[in-house]
Write a protein that binds this ligand. Structure first.
Ligand code: ZN
Ligand code: ZN
Length: 278
């Protein structure tokens, strides 16, 4: 029985995890070992589903192999760890979800005037896209990013919205744009409101912290406050690409959520979504 009655409880569940099938450091079974060592009760795998324009995803022929491996681990570790078979879908690609127990809807790419560009890859690729497609206007780029996230929220059948403020990934120093500027904050808060009202689980994602890009999770405080005010539901995710960092900064992320007005968060316990006290 998991004791979540105490506000000291920090989630022992992560359902946003990547492996060596694409860009993770470790095998799926090494991730399982890490989860057991941390006293986790639930681990969900969410490898990047295929997208034609994406150079960081599973090839279609690889997906059956991935599913077979996660199912093998699910059977092997039954009774010790609840393992879930999921995937991370990029919004601009066709969804093919019937083989999965859940999936995460994420926007890594934005389409502009017939060109699809990545907001998640490198700072250079992001600024190149801003120059080539927006005349250097990062606010216009961010507006299109949030518009795309809003479209994904309205159109998805996923259980979870992944990293909805990914536009901040390379902007820790605020030298790409000012995230307090209304040209950024306006679309960001509209997106936060829509996400909250959708009822979908919204990630507080520490993945960019684990990779050294950021010292705070995203979404950041402004979006989180709006999500809280609008009654949105959050869950913690490490977007794990390294088994050593499976619960990276979960304590900090929960403290941020509390500071932004949340009294509870949600986690997966096996396939069930369960609310717990922060
Ligand atoms: Zn992602
Ligand atoms: Zn991910």
């Amino acid at each position: 029985m998991i004791d979540m009655s105490s506000a000291d409880y920090i989630t022992r569940s992560n359902v946003h995890s990547h492996t060596r099938f694409v860009d993770g450091r470790d095998t799926a079974e090494e991730m399982v070992s890490a989860a057991l060592a941390l006293g986790f009760h639930t681990l969900g795998f969410s490898e990047h589903g295929h997208a034609d324009y994406d150079d960081c995803c599973m090839a279609p022929a690889q997906e059956p192999e991935y599913r077979a491996e996660v199912r093998r681990l699910k059977a092997k570790y039954a009774g010790r760890l609840d393992i879930l078979l999921g995937y991370e879908h990029d919004w601009l690609s066709p969804a093919h979800v019937s083989e999965y127990e859940y999936y995460i809807e994420s926007v890594h790419y934005v389409s502009k005037a017939g060109t699809i560009f990545c907001v998640d890859d490198t700072r250079q690729r992001l600024t190149d896209a801003a120059e080539a497609l927006y005349g250097g206007d990062m606010y216009a780029l961010c507006r299109d990013y949030f518009d795309t996230v809003c479209q994904s929220i309205e159109g998805t059948n996923a259980a979870i919205l992944g990293h909805i403020e990914l536009a901040m990934k390379f902007n820790e120093a605020r030298n790409l744009f000012d995230d307090a500027d209304p040209r950024y904050l306006g679309p960001a808060l509209e997106c936060a409101e829509l996400a909250a009202k959708s009822g979908l689980l919204i990630e507080i994602n520490t993945g960019a912290m684990a990779k050294g890009y950021r010292t705070d999770p995203y979404p950041g405080a402004a979006m989180l406050r709006r999500i809280s005010e609008c009654g949105g539901r959050i869950l913690l995710s490490s977007d794990c690409h390294d088994a050593r960092l499976l619960d990276h900064s979960f304590g900090l992320a929960e403290a941020l959520a509390k500071a932004c007005g949340f009294r509870t968060a949600w986690e997966y316990q096996g396939a069930r979504q369960v609310e717990y006290l922060l």
